[in-house]
Write a protein of this length. Structure first.
Length: 128
């Protein structure tokens, strides 16, 4: 009997192991995020002259990091549920395209925030 070569079945044990790996990575990321939040808080406390700008940039960076990693986990889950190689390639293509666009927007936003923080720091006291 000829096998259907377009079918792409992931063995249950391999799927379970992959799902466990994704969950372990998610837990590790949650620990990383908690530590990063603590670090951002420490930086905010030490940067009294530019506290508002530091907070804004730190929060933006954390929001972007959380969004990007969440999107990556969603991508991994979609790949695990794919029915064939063609679907995996489509999922990956859509993910890469969306991530490149997102990262470009995030970099532009953070660059603008950094420029604003630099200008605010260089502005003489008493000027707004």
């Amino acid at each position: 009997m000829a096998q259907d070569r377009t079918s792409f079945d992931i063995p249950p044990d391999m799927r379970r192991m992959a799902e466990q790996s994704v969950e372990q990575a998610r837990q590790a990321f949650d620990g990383f995020i908690a530590a990063a939040h603590r670090t951002v808080s420490t930086i905010e406390e030490q940067a009294t002259s530019a506290q508002a700008n530091v907070r804004d940039m730190g929060q933006k960076a954390m929001t972007y990091a959380e969004k990007n990693v969440t999107t990556s986990f969603e991508f991994a889950q979609k790949v695990l549920q794919a029915k064939d190689l063609q679907e995996i390639l489509q999922i990956q293509s859509e993910f890469v395209r969306a991530q490149l666009q997102t990262l470009a927007q995030q970099a532009q936003d953070l660059g603008q925030s950094a420029a604003k923080a630099t200008m605010d720091a260089a502005r003489p006291k008493g000027m707004t």
